[in-house]
Write a protein that binds this ligand. Structure first.
Ligand code: CP
Length: 356
């Protein structure tokens, strides 16, 4: 059985096939309208969502399937202390596939180890959001015609921005991609993405002080929200929340053919005046999320007899712990596992944090 927990669970070929299938669904939607007839998707959302949950729901309905689940864990037996592992064992009795969002990092990976049905990670804390990545890749393909040889600027909260982490993991497998990182000092990209992902794949990345300094070079500007809910220090949030704002003045510096993406929701980082610019692609991106999730559900259900490949060799090491208080290993009773990255550093198997 195959799950989607991290973008690298899909090969580059599989990723491209899902994007191609989404394009065919856009062109020939009626042909797919009964493909999931008799099947059920469970959406288990332990954290708020508008786009991801509703696009999964809409996707399954457009395929002729049915949807069950919860959008507030407080209304489920999670509030009585039921673990993620037990929850998916139970829900797997009622559904053929599960999409799960959780504020705890690594929750879906832990769930996938015991689930009787495929698990899709719909976002785990600040860690990963692979179905947003598929949405982003489809959007880039539709806006520019290609993903290879693009210069992409990531702006805003690159530290806690799970959509940024996941998209970079996917982009390193394309040819000639250049990455520009635009963020305040406090919200820089985590080191493991730079060392274990960008450096490993020889991807060029630079850091910029402002949007205007690099706007003219970009094919894609990927804006992100500074996520108040991820900060433990309110003063730090207040200090950085207005750091980078995209407005019409900055759009005037951009190429004629480029696209602005944002996983949404936005707060104030893109002014309303930008919405009417034809290069503002973020609402088209939302719609792409439905089509690519249709393609993903079809693919995972079709791969049910395939084996899931381990991304890393799972190591049990006495004395090592994960220092991330949002990691599943520090929130639920379970074994701790680690892996050895190519640079020799031991990382938590579930959330990639450097072990201590
Ligand atoms: N892009 C995204 O994950 O949006 P939601 O939080 O509304 O699902």
């Amino acid at each position: 059985m195959r799950h989607l927990i991290d973008p690298t669970d899909l090969t580059r070929k599989e990723t491209d096939e899902i994007v191609a299938l989404a394009l065919d669904i856009i062109a020939n939607g009626e042909a797919y309208s009964e493909k999931m007839k008799g099947k059920r998707l469970a959406t288990l959302f332990y954290e708020p969502s508008t786009r991801t949950r509703l696009s999964f729901t809409s996707a399954m309905m457009a395929l002729g399937g049915k949807v069950l689940g919860f959008s507030d864990a407080a209304s489920s037996s999670v509030s009585k202390g039921e673990t993620v592992e037990d929850t998916v064992r139970v829900v797997g009795c009622f559904a053929d596939i599960i999409a799960m969002r959780h504020h705890i990092e690594g929750a879906q990976l832990a769930a996938s180890a015991v689930s009787p049905v495929p698990i899709i990670n719909a976002g785990d804390g600040s860690h990963s959001h692979p179905t947003q990545t598929l949405t982003d890749l489809l959007t880039i393909t539709r806006e520019l015609g290609h993903v290879d040889n693009i210069t992409i600027g990531f702006c805003g909260d690159l530290k806690y921005g799970r959509t940024v982490h996941s998209l970079i993991k996917a982009l390193v497998r394309y040819q000639g991609v250049k990455i520009v990182l635009i963020s305040p000092e406090e919200l820089r990209l985590p080191d493991y993405i730079k060392t274990d992902i960008c450096d490993k794949y020889g991807i060029e990345y630079t850091e910029a002080e402002s949007i205007e300094a690099v706007m003219g070079e970009l094919d894609i500007l990927y804006m992100t929200r500074v996520q108040k809910e991820r900060f433990t220090d309110e003063a730090e949030y207040e200090r950085v929340k207005n750091c980078f704002v995209l407005d019409a003045e900055r759009m005037a510096l951009a190429k004629e053919r480029m696209a602005v993406l944002h996983p949404l929701p936005r707060v104030n980082e893109i002014t309303r005046e930008v919405d009417s610019d034809p290069r503002a692609a973020y609402f088209r991106q939302v719609e792409n999320g439905k089509f690519v999730r249709m393609a993903l559900i079809l693919s995972l259900m079709g791969w049910k007899n395939e084996e899931m490949k381990e991304r890393h060799e799972k190591l049990e090491i006495d004395g090592l712990t994960c220092p991330n208080h949002k990691c599943i290993t520090n929130n639920e009773p379970m074994e701790r596992y680690f892996y050895r990255a190519d640079n020799g550093v031991h990382r938590c198997y579930y959330c990639d944090t450097k072990a201590e």
